[in-house]
Every structure is written in C-alpha cells, then in structure tokens.
Design a protein around this ligand. Structure first.
Ligand code: IMP
Length: 179
C-alpha cells in the first residue's frame, strides 16, 4: 500500500521479512568472521538504530556498542555539511571496529567517518551497511565488507531511514513511487 509523507508518495520496496532474513545472514557472517574477538559496533545515528539492534543481537558476540551522530540528511539530498553532533565515547585504539550504517549513498559521510576513526588507531575497521547505492557512490571503500542490499539510485525510507525526519519507524522499506 502506498503512503504519503509530506509532499511525497512512497511504495513498498523491501518488506520486513526480506530485510529480517538478510540481517540474519549478515549477522551469521559477522559472527563467523569475528569469532573469539570483541569488536566495537559503531552505529551511525539516527538511521542505523533498527539495523544496529537487530544485527548486534543476532551476532551473539562479546561486543561493545557505541554510537556516533553526524550532520543529518535534509530532505532528499545530502546537505554537504559534515559535522559531528554526537562524538564517539569509546576508546577505539587497537580495537576491531565495525561501522554500522543505514545506507551509503554518495559516500561522503562514510569517508568523513573513516577519516575520523583512523585517527584513533583501531586494529581494524570494516563497514556494514544495510543499503548501498553503487550508482550514486563517488568513492570506493575497501572497508565496505557487509552489504544488505545494493539498490538503484532511488530515495528510500523506513526501517530507520527518514524523509524530513519522518518514516523511521516503518517496518518495511519504501521507495519514492513512480508518478
Ligand atoms: P552519503 O553521505 O551521501 O553517503 O549519505 C549518507 C546519509 O544520507 C545516510 O546515512 C542517510 O542518513 C542519508 N541518505 C542517503 N540516501 C538516503 C535515502 O535514500 N533515504 C534516506 N536517507 C538517505
């Protein structure tokens, strides 16, 4: 069923069951890759909060959880402004860090965050993003090791992702409807 948020119409795209199944697969992969290690999951607020919770629960690792908040995305386009709104409170030195993102679009946010984290001298850094828009991404990231779904260059919301700060609590992921 289509939904209207402000001036936009959205249609169902990735249903909850499909997202859940994929999150479970990624969690298993991370569990295997980080066996006997104690990674720090670093969630990027606000969009990753559902994904982070579902993912980390299912890895069953002896992990630490931390969050960072960067400048928010305004409307459909990145504001281009990068600023830290909530800084990292965990010591990342010599730690295995797994950045948990909702979506990598142009890649500017991730680039900024990786540069920040590298200064903390972690043992390793990998990125786990629920969604990835390869056609929009302007930077190649070798750290981007876990991807839920590669999607076309379309605007999506739900399961943590917003439009004008709305729609984050939708269980399914929606995309802009074709007019
Ligand atoms: P990037 O810097 O262009 O890669 O954008 C990263 C951030 O923009 C994400 O963490 C999201 O908060 C936001 N974003 C990018 N694309 C979308 C989208 O399709 N829907 C909702 N938010 C998006």
């Amino acid at each position: 069923m289509q939904i209207k948020i402000d001036d936009k119409i959205f249609e169902p795209y990735l249903l909850q069951s499909k997202v859940e199944a994929r999150v479970a697969e990624i969690a298993q992969q991370i569990k295997t890759d980080y066996k006997d290690r104690q990674p720090v999951f670093l969630g990027v607020l606000s969009g990753s909060f559902f994904f982070m919770a579902d993912l980390v629960k299912q890895t069953s690792l002896d992990a630490e959880i931390s969050f960072v908040k960067l400048a928010s995305y305004e409307g459909e386009r990145s504001s281009g402004k990068m600023e830290v709104q909530l800084s990292i409170h965990t010591n990342l030195k010599n730690r295995d860090v797994i950045i948990v993102e909702d979506i990598v679009d142009t890649g500017h946010t991730l680039k900024y965050l990786l540069d920040l984290i590298r200064k903390e001298k972690p043992a390793s850094v990998r990125v786990c993003s629920l969604l990835y828009k390869p056609a929009a991404c302007q930077i190649q990231f070798e750290e981007l090791q876990y991807i839920g779904f590669e999607i076309p260059n379309e605007f999506v919301l739900g399961y943590g992702l917003d439009y004008n700060a709305k729609g984050r609590n939708l269980r399914d992921i929606y995309r802009l409807a074709a007019i």
